[in-house]
Design a protein around this ligand. Structure first.
Ligand code: ZN
Length: 307
């Protein structure tokens, strides 16, 4: 008899444990930045998995089968949208066969919907391999646009778990307040370098450029997604000399040869910035991302301009 009671107790505990684990909202995000914001809004009510790492090119991620399993069990899916992940998200979503998180589904969150976009072309044109056809998709690199991303994620979480709305709302408010306060600090740190001209490898910094008052003159890629060509590099070298540009910004996933070649020819310095959470070990959340980039860029300018 005792044995039976014990067994029943064990079973009850196991059921409770399973129910507890299941009570978390299972979220899959494409990028670690979306994961970080989801965790900041969802708190301990969410269990979040990001498909891409912080040092991968977000346009080109290998759609591994293990991601399909995660997606098949997800309650919510968060994507950057604007075709940023067009090469890898549609095949993964198709294979996952989870209607909840398909485009238009209850658990599908397109983080771009509340974001004021830059570089939206008047017509959609994939000519010559351009991969930014719906406007520039790298909007998470502006901390203030992080608030609009958070708003979309908040709305998704409320749909997934209406009972926790008050908690999510409080977390959203805390996130917004912190972003506002920190952005003021970051903008102040970059203020001495306002108007500085720079060159970028890929056209993924217009939101960062706008927020921090920089002027990106040109790119090593002749078009977004097209690797640097000799013609383009000659053009850029001319621009750097003409405008006395001191800094070239690149990202962890680009090869260094062409940026270094241009640097050797001109004396400009190559600065590799983080485009996502997790690009460096110290970048653990969305706030760390800007702390890192603003610090690194301000140091490079300080060295270059001696102020
Ligand atoms: Zn891009």
């Amino acid at each position: 008899m005792k044995k039976i009671v014990f067994l029943i107790l064990v079973l009850l505990c196991l059921t409770a444990a399973v129910a507890f684990a299941d009570s978390k909202i299972k979220v899959v995000t494409t990028l670690p930045d979306l994961k970080s914001i989801t965790e900041l809004i969802g708190g301990d009510k969410v269990d979040v998995f990001a498909i891409a790492t912080g040092f991968q090119n977000p346009h080109f991620v290998d759609p591994k089968p293990s991601y399909i399993l995660k997606l098949s069990k997800a309650d919510m899916f968060v994507t950057v949208g604007l075709d940023l992940e067009t090469g890898w998200v549609p095949p993964l979503l198709n294979s996952a066969r989870n209607t909840k998180i398909q485009k238009g589904g209850e658990g599908y969150v397109d983080a771009s919907v509340n974001v004021p976009l830059l570089q939206v072309p008047s017509s959609v044109n994939r000519a010559e391999g351009d991969i930014h056809i719906f406007g520039n998709p790298h909007y998470w690199n502006d901390p203030l646009r992080g608030k609009q991303i958070a708003q979309s994620i908040y709305e998704g979480l409320v749909k997934a778990s209406p009972d926790n709305q008050a908690l999510f709302q409080a977390n959203l408010k805390a996130f917004d307040d912190k972003i506002d306060a920190r952005t003021k600090e970051w903008v102040a740190r970059m203020a001495p370098y306002k108007g500085s001209k720079i060159i970028a490898y890929h056209n993924e910094w217009p939101y960062f450029e706008e927020r921090f008052g920089l002027k990106i003159v040109d790119f090593l890629e002749p078009k977004p997604g097209i690797p640097p060509t000799p013609n383009q590099l000659v053009k850029v070298i001319g621009e750097i000399k003409r405008d006395d540009i001191k800094v070239i910004i690149s990202s962890p996933y680009f090869t260094t040869e062409s940026a270094e070649l241009v640097a050797r020819q001109t004396g400009a310095k190559v600065v590799v910035l983080a485009t996502s959470v997790g690009a460096e070990e110290s970048i653990k959340d969305y706030f760390d991302l800007f702390e890192h980039n603003v610090g690194k860029l301000a140091d490079a300018f300080k060295q270059a301009y001696g102020k």
